[in-house]
Design a protein around this ligand. Structure first.
Ligand code: IPD
Length: 261
């Protein structure tokens, strides 16, 4: 496990360095689900570097990458990589963006590194074991009352989905301390692991947005799942919070219609 963490750390650091060095040259080269769901040449370069770094040492592992750099493997180990989570933030120079590397062992997010150069933070963790930020141990927060919770969230790229999410967040706001929308799901989840926010929820993330941060949340004692009971986190809904807050927060989110159309 430590070898996987070490490789994930080195791969994420090289990709983060590439993104920092190439920032002045960043250019939008494609759009995906909508006009505002963008890809820069730096997302693509970062993914190519991550894939080649990982395969040079682990040629038989599987890879799932946001920008299409995916392959099957034979070892039961899958590297789930987001070469640039928070691409819109990167484009604008808003500091919440990161390289996210998660390692699934038999489909479970087990090792994670989220490297956010503009925030000066590298989060690392192993599920059920430990989590750290810049080498210092972290734990999730202890708030148990929904009314006292600082909650991060994100919005989809589709305008109709955003309209619905706006109505739901408006209903949620009077019930919580406040909302934060910083623009990179992996960072939001690491902030839950570190107690910088109490909770996070979002509809429509992908496995590459959350795999690395899920291992880090687990290592920091935070619970990650879906909206209903023991449902796992999915593209439909991901909730992260400290275990004492998780159930009551999910009940509140369901009450205000989060997750529905
Ligand atoms: C996005 C960011 C954003 C979240 C979206 C993600 P990308 O990732 O994490 O905060 O709201 O769901 O798709 O597109 O910048 O890699």
């Amino acid at each position: 496990m430590n070898e996987l963490l070490d490789l994930a750390t080195r791969a994420a650091a090289s990709a983060a360095d590439l993104l920092v060095q190439g920032w002045e040259q960043r250019e939008v080269v494609a759009t995906k689900s909508s006009q505002t769901d963008i890809v820069t040449q730096m997302d693509q370069g970062s993914e190519a570097l991550l894939v080649s770094t990982i395969l040079a040492e682990r040629p038989d592992d599987a890879i799932l990458g946001e920008e299409g750099g995916s392959r099957n493997g034979t070892t039961g180990v899958t590297w789930v990589i987001d070469p640039l989570d928070g691409t819109v933030n990167y484009l604008y120079g808003f500091p919440s963006w990161a390289v996210s590397v998660g390692v699934l062992i038999d489909d479970r997010p087990t090792v994670g590194v989220v490297h956010a150069p503009a925030l000066g933070t590298v989060w690392r963790g192993i599920a059920d074991d430990f989590a750290e930020a810049n080498g210092r141990p972290i734990r999730c927060g202890r708030v148990t009352e929904v009314s006292a919770a600082l909650v991060a969230t994100g919005f989809g790229y589709d305008a109709q989905v955003r309209a619905v999410q706006g109505v739901q967040v408006a209903a949620l706001l009077p019930q919580i301390r406040d909302i934060r929308r910083a623009g990179a799901a992996a960072v939001d989840m690491c902030w839950v692991a570190q107690g910088v926010v109490d909770a996070y929820f979002e509809r429509g993330t992908h496995l590459w947005d959350r795999a690395g941060a899920m291992a880090i949340c687990s290592g920091a004692g935070a619970r990650v799942g879906g909206l209903l009971g023991d449902e796992p986190a999915s593209n439909a809904m991901t909730v992260a919070a400290n275990p004492a807050l998780f159930e009551t927060l999910c009940a509140t989110l369901r009450e205000v219609g989060v997750g529905s159309d």
